[in-house]
Design a protein. Structure first.
Length: 397
């Protein structure tokens, strides 16, 4: 039985989602693998310098910033964090070395940024020659020292050609870069859904003669959702809203307490986002790689913003949306009415839908095959019950 460790944290929901998605897919396949998830904040908590100063974990600080929209100047904060990590490099490597000795494994996988040098160096001390893989869960890296490190022991899984190019520029050879067809998305987003969108809308008290916009800002929501809803409601567009607030219960309460002119349905935390997307025509949200990927898989064009408040690692995502022509990128959600009006144009929406349908992201099914290769399980040794769904593309650059 091969042992695989996947390192994640809860700064934002995408890292945990990626780790759980991989564990779920692998468990459904007849492979002789045991996958264990390792919460990085837990194992490195005693070295969390920012927690010692503020009493709050790094991942909690990150989520508070997102929830309140306090992201202006985040590039500076990011560089401060990276400088702190470099300051604690040796003690962190030494501590992680003890962790890997307690958790013997054949393959170590990271789905987090910033700490990959420390993770890789400590792993190589304990398990020389055993592979360490970083799966970039953003559409591109934000160098230096974000996802990709200039260390030859690091394998890179890149979901876009941009990320693969960055890995080459960092000095990684072709044997250490794996190109997948997109971002990791939970397998339930791929489930065939023949439910009637009209019936879903009816159950939510929404109408079938109006275009439906889903507003989604991650698992912790964002107060900007209220501003967006108020701007759209004031314009009295032929539109209705499905708002997903996540764990932000105060936001959900505020939205439910308002008297809206347009039909509005508010949802708190749910694991059924993939099903609820069936009732929507397009998505309004932050330019996060996970939410964009989920929307594209569920065939929803996106309406996002990109400006100085956008997290630096997410700014390329807006370029990707424009390049693929799968949605609209605004300079600010203060212009959300203008963006919504474009989505309400039948020809424009149809064009976006056609381009969305042309995307074919199967990364969640491709990555176990990458693991198999790194574990020395050649295609001829792959269990007969394992197959990658039709349409999947995976290549090693």
């Amino acid at each position: 039985m091969k042992q695989i460790l996947i390192v994640y944290h809860d700064a934002g929901g995408g890292h945990r989602n990626a780790a759980v998605a991989l564990q779920t897919v692998i468990a459904e396949q007849p492979r002789a693998w045991q996958v264990e998830l390792v919460q990085f904040q837990d194992v490195a908590d005693q070295l969390d310098a920012l927690r010692k100063l503020t009493g709050i974990q790094i991942q909690q600080q990150y989520n508070i910033l997102l929830q309140n929209g306090w992201t202006l100047g985040s590039t500076y904060l990011l560089r401060v964090l990276q400088a702190t990590i470099r300051l604690y490099h040796k003690p962190l490597v030494n501590y992680l070395e003890k962790v890997w000795r307690q958790k013997p494994a054949d393959l170590l996988v990271s789905v987090i940024p910033h700490f990959n040098r420390q993770i890789c160096e400590s792993w190589a001390r304990v398990n020389p020659g055993r592979p360490f893989v970083t799966i970039i869960t953003d559409l591109a890296d934000f160098p230096p020292r974000f996802w990709i490190e200039p260390i030859e022991e690091q394998y890179i899984v890149a979901g876009t050609e941009k990320a693969a190019e960055q890995a080459r520029a960092m000095g990684h050879d072709e044997g250490h870069i794996f190109r997948t067809s997109g971002m990791i998305v939970r397998p339930d987003f791929y489930a065939i859904d023949n439910s009637d969108p009209r019936e879903l809308r009816r159950q939510m008290g929404l109408r079938n003669d109006r275009t439906t916009a889903m507003i989604l800002f991650g698992g912790h929501g964002s107060k900007v959702m209220l501003d967006i809803a108020e701007r759209l409601d004031a314009e009295e567009l032929p539109l209705q809203l499905l708002l997903i607030c996540g764990r932000n219960e105060s936001l959900a309460a505020k939205l439910r307490s308002r008297q809206w002119k347009m039909p509005v349905y508010v949802v708190g935390f749910t694991k059924d986002v993939h099903r609820l997307m069936r009732a929507a025509d397009f998505l309004i949200g932050k330019p996060g790689p996970g939410s964009i990927a989920e929307a594209i898989i569920r065939r929803l064009p996106v309406l996002i913003e990109c400006n100085a408040w956008t997290l630096p690692q997410e700014r390329y995502n807006a370029e990707w949306v424009k390049e693929k022509n799968v949605g609209i990128v605004l300079k600010s959600f203060k212009d959300v009415v203008s963006g919504a009006k474009q989505m309400l144009e039948p020809e424009r929406l149809a064009e976006f839908r056609e381009n969305v349908a042309a995307q074919n992201n199967r990364a969640i099914f491709e990555i176990p095959e990458i693991f198999a290769k790194l574990l020395g399980e050649t295609p001829g040794n792959t269990p007969s019950g394992v197959s990658i769904p039709a349409g999947t593309v995976m290549s090693q650059e």
